[in-house]
Ligand binder design. Structure first.
Ligand code: 13P
Ligand code: SF4
Length: 339
């Protein structure tokens, strides 16, 4: 293994969020990463929004619920989390004894950033008789202020499990919250946060695309705005969207979520056509800039040197664990995850 100057590496991570060390350009990174995984008993957990190369070297690819479950049950010594910071935090909260490493510490999330814990704590004081259901896309600090965590695959089951007269605050995603209010008949108080990727889809362009491809079904993630969801043929988490494209008879789909998922969709159904839903301008804004900070090179360096690591204060971890455990219990009772 290459010897690195630890002090320099730490300074680099502090400044850039990742290790920036030259890699031999002739090195086969796929092979090298596989070798390191075996040597170190490491597992790579990746979200569907990761670059296709990273999905290819992952041991498990999934949505937030699947990834949390995989992080909880792995017997690896090291978890390399290829996703964003709040996802690696969740893995650490569930697995304090394991080393959790992530390719780029600065891979954040606009939705998570939209709910700073001290501001949320003050705001929720207005609603003393409400319980707080929080979407997993938030910081450990926000989780610690919550009663139950949910993901897009179990949110409905979690809300349905609460008494009908229970008052609820839902944070941080106002779009997912509004969608859940609609399908559960609740009137949850919503925090005003949103995902920069899912908010950017253009209703007008998707409508035009549907006219050009009448054979295609439009499927969308519930983080999209209400007007976009209204024209969707199916709404679900990333895993649910992927499954839908595998089981539905349609041969073409317009995909209203981050484009990374098209890789698995195309792999699972090579004969079908997948069209990314267009954003409302000419940028590639349907790609998450945070997710895409991770690269195969950063994965390799992170696994080789085991930095950056995810560290967490134990008091915060225990406070954030409670609402995640409630989520796991309800999901298990609803048959959404195994033991
Ligand atoms: P899921 O994969 O759980 O549907 O979440 C989507 C997302 O935005 C993750 O950042
Ligand atoms: Fe956050 Fe949206 Fe990126 Fe998911 S896609 S990590 S919610 S900014």
């Amino acid at each position: 293994m290459a010897v690195i100057d630890i002090a320099r590496a730490m300074a680099q991570v502090e400044q850039n969020g990742f290790l920036d060390i030259d890699i031999d350009p002739t090195l086969d990174l796929f092979q090298a990463i596989e070798k390191l995984k075996k040597e170190k008993n490491a597992v790579i957990l990746a979200h569907y929004y990761q670059d296709p190369d990273i999905q290819e070297i992952a041991d498990y690819i999934g949505d937030s619920l699947g990834l949390a479950q995989a992080a909880k049950t792995t017997d690896a010594d090291i978890i390399l989390f290829a996703g964003v910071h709040f996802m690696a935090e969740t893995a650490k909260i569930l697995n304090p004894g394991k080393k959790v490493i992530l390719p780029d510490l600065k891979a954040g999330c606009s939705l998570s950033d939209s709910a700073p814990p001290p501001v949320f704590a003050k705001w929720k004081e207005q609603y003393p008789d409400h319980i707080v259901v929080t979407y997993i896309n938030c910081s450990a600090g926000m989780k610690a202020l919550s009663d139950i965590i949910c993901t897009s695959s179990n949110a409905k089951a979690i809300i349905d499990s609460l008494p009908a007269d229970q008052k609820i605050i839902f944070a941080p995603d106002k779009n997912l919250g509004a969608y859940l209010n609609k399908i559960t008949g609740r009137n949850m108080v919503l925090w005003n946060g949103a995902c920069m990727v899912h908010e950017i889809f253009s209703l007008e362009k998707i409508t035009k695309l549907k006219l050009r491809h009448p054979e295609a079904k439009f499927i969308a993630h519930p983080e999209c705005e209400e007007a976009v969801l209204r024209i969707a043929d199916f709404i679900g988490s990333t895993t649910q969207l992927l499954r839908f494209t595998q089981t539905d008879a349609a041969e073409a789909f317009i995909i209203g979520t981050e484009t990374g998922i098209l890789h698995e969709m195309q792999k699972a159904s090579p004969h079908k056509t997948f069209i990314p839903a267009p954003p409302n301008n000419s940028c590639a804004c349907n790609e998450c800039p945070h997710m895409k900070l991770n690269t195969l090179e950063k994965v390799y360096l992170c696994l080789q040197h085991e930095v950056p690591t995810l560290e967490m204060d134990e008091e915060l971890r225990l406070a954030a664990l409670k609402p995640i455990e409630r989520m796991m219990e309800i999901s298990q009772a609803a048959g959404l995850i195994g033991k």
